[in-house]
Design a protein around this ligand. Sequence first.
Ligand code: F6P
Length: 324
Amino acid sequence: MMKRIAVFTSGGDAPGMNACIRAVVRTAVYHGIEVYGIMRGYSGMIKGEFVKLDSASVSNTVQRGGTILKSARSQKFMTKEGRQQAYDQLMNNGIEGLIAIGGNGTFTGATLFEQEFGIPTVGAPGTIDNDLFGTDYTIGYDTAVNTALEAIDKIRDTADSHDRCFFIEVMGRDSGYIAIPCAIGGGAEIVMVPETQMSTEAVIDTLREGWKRSKTSFIVIVAEGEVEGNVHEVAKRVKAAIPQLDTRVTIVGHIQRGGSPTAADRLLSSQIGIAAVEGLVNGMRNVMAGIVDKKLVYTPFADTISKKKLINQSFMRMVEILNS
Ligand code: F6P
């Protein structure tokens, strides 16, 4: 049985990370294992920024957005020298295993670390993007979608009052997971995501169609990672093709990363936090704890990193049908 483990958050923060840290700490306490928090992800690991955590350290955190352990993206950990320093720090502090809350960048680092130094890591999927293979939902995704949706509802009010067409960018570096439920739930006419090949010409056709049907206001959701171009470029091309359209652009941005986690995110974060610690102390390494079809699964980091979680194409069809 391990005697001492450490937990850290890495990459972009996500609402529910604190609930996950809390679950990790309390599970460790429950099993009689000492637990440390590493500040600022791999960056703090290299510098030896460790804090001892107990049950009280995570009181009053389940409802808080952000991460009490702070987060960073470390370039230094991507070097052998950086990982050697991190290993030395862990050894000096007697840490035998790690819980990493983050995304694919975090798990890539953990895999290298285990190969070189044999430190076992179990991951928890912490990213608003929901782009990780091996879990139906990631920590923070549900909250981010609800935050974006709230913003879109407000934009729709003003779009309707002024008969305007709004192009709204939501987050998702390489994926449309946030954009799609925003489009369905926000009553958007069109959604552009990197996983599909919707051309700007198709967007123009759909808007012209709507115009003919006497629609006067439109919402086009554009995922941040859209391959046709960014939201400003798409809006500019559409305006050039349909000059009578009064267009505006809104970027929802980092508000999607903050705020109090939803009930769904608190539940998921807690389930995964417990599963991550119990997996680690039962000998698992280089796996991510996730929930697939309501069941707990551990997926090798190699798969979470290399496999693409596919978008459900029926959702794209839903947007089309609901716009008729
Ligand atoms: O991965 C989460 C995410 O919010 C992406 O949606 C976005 O592309 C990126 O992080 C933004 O990163 P940063 O906060 O470093 O600007």
